[in-house]
Design a protein. Structure first.
Length: 261
C-alpha cells in the first residue's frame, strides 16, 4: 500500500499557494486531509509532543489518515542517550497507535553521523529504546551506502529512507531499497546551488520538480511497494507549497504507471 503526502503541513507560506486566504491555522490539517491521507509530522523534531496533542491531530483527520513522526533532535542529532526523552516520545505516540493511525518513526540523522562503530552502536541503542515501533532511518552521508549497513538495518528491523536530492558529492544517491516492512521515500528537491550555501533553511528546499524528474522514481516506488507492507512517499520541497504539487504529480504518475513488458 502506498501513502503519498508532504513533510509537514503547517507552513504560513502555504496560505495563498495552498490554503485559502483567511483559513485559520487550526483548520489547516482538516483542509489538507481532504486531499491526502498521510503526513509526516516534523514539529516533533523541535519539541516532544504530548499525548493530548496527538489525540487532537487524530480527531481532525478521517479514520483512513496515517501519520509518521520525526524523532526529536535529542534522539538523532544530540545523541546524549537521554532515555527520558525516548520514554516521553514513545508515550506521546500512544493515541495514534491506539487509533491505528501511526505509520512509523522517522529518525533523520545529520551529515556528521558516520557509519563507524560508534554510529552503529547508537543505532542499536535507538532500536532498543523504541522497542517494537516501526522505525525508518534517514542518513545524509554517502558513506552509509554499503552492503554491510543494509544487512545491519535488516537484522535490526530498521527501515532505510530513500531520498531524492541534489547529486552532490558525499550525499546519498537516489537508490531504492526496503530493509523493513515499511518503505520510505523523501523528495527534498534538487536545488544544488542552495544545498550547502543558504541564509535561510527553506532555501535548500526551494525547488519545483518536473514530471520527467519524478518519472525516474515511478518504477522504483513500485518495486518498493512489492518489497514492503507499506510505502510512504513524502515531498519535502515545502517552500510556498511546492511539496503539494510534487505529491500531486507523484499521485498522477503512479496512477498511470504500467510495467514495461
Amino acid at each position: 500500500m502506498i501513502y503519498i503526502g508532504t513533510s509537514g503541513y503547517s507552513y504560513k507560506d502555504w496560505v495563498g499557494p495552498y490554503y485559502p486566504q483567511g483559513t485559520p491555522q487550526k483548520e489547516w490539517l482538516e483542509f489538507y486531509a481532504r486531499e491526502f491521507r498521510t503526513t509526516e509530522l516534523n514539529f516533533s523534531y523541535y519539541r516532544v509532543p504530548t499525548p493530548f496533542t496527538m489525540e487532537r491531530l487524530v480527531a481532525k483527520t478521517p479514520e483512513s489518515f496515517t501519520f509518521t513522526v520525526k524523532a526529536h533532535q535529542d534522539m538523532t542529532h544530540k545523541r546524549g542517550r537521554n532515555q527520558g526523552v525516548f520514554s516521553e516520545f514513545v508515550e506521546s505516540l500512544k493515541p495514534m497507535i491506539e487509533h491505528n493511525r501511526f505509520g512509523c518513526v522517522l529518525a533523520q540523522f545529520p551529515y556528521s553521523f558516520r557509519p563507524d562503530h560508534q554510529g552503529l552502536d547508537y543505532l542499536r541503542f535507538l532500536r532498543e529504546q523504541l522497542g517494537s515501533l516501526p522505525v525508518v532511518v534517514e542518513f545524509r552521508r554517502r558513506d552509509w551506502i554499503r552492503d554491510e549497513v543494509f544487512h545491519f538495518l535488516l537484522e535490526n528491523d530498521l527501515g532505510f529512507c530513500c531520498v531524492d536530492q541534489p547529486r552532490l558529492k558525499g550525499l546519498i544517491p537516489p537508490i531504492s531499497l526496503a530493509t523493513s516492512p515499511v518503505a520510505y521515500v523523501r523528495f527534498h528537491g534538487r536545488n544544488a546551488r542552495k544545498w550547502w550555501q543558504h541564509k535561510e533553511a527553506w532555501e535548500r528546499y526551494d525547488y519545483t520538480y518536473s514530471d520527467e524528474e519524478l518519472e525516474e522514481w515511478v518504477p522504483k516506488i513500485r518495486k518498493l511497494e512489492e518489497e514492503s507492507d507499506k510505502t510512504f512517499i513524502f515531498a519535502n520541497n515545502h517552500w510556498q507549497g511546492q511539496a503539494v504539487q510534487t505529491a500531486r504529480q507523484l499521485q498522477m504518475l503512479l496512477a498511470g504507471f504500467e510495467p514495461r513488458r
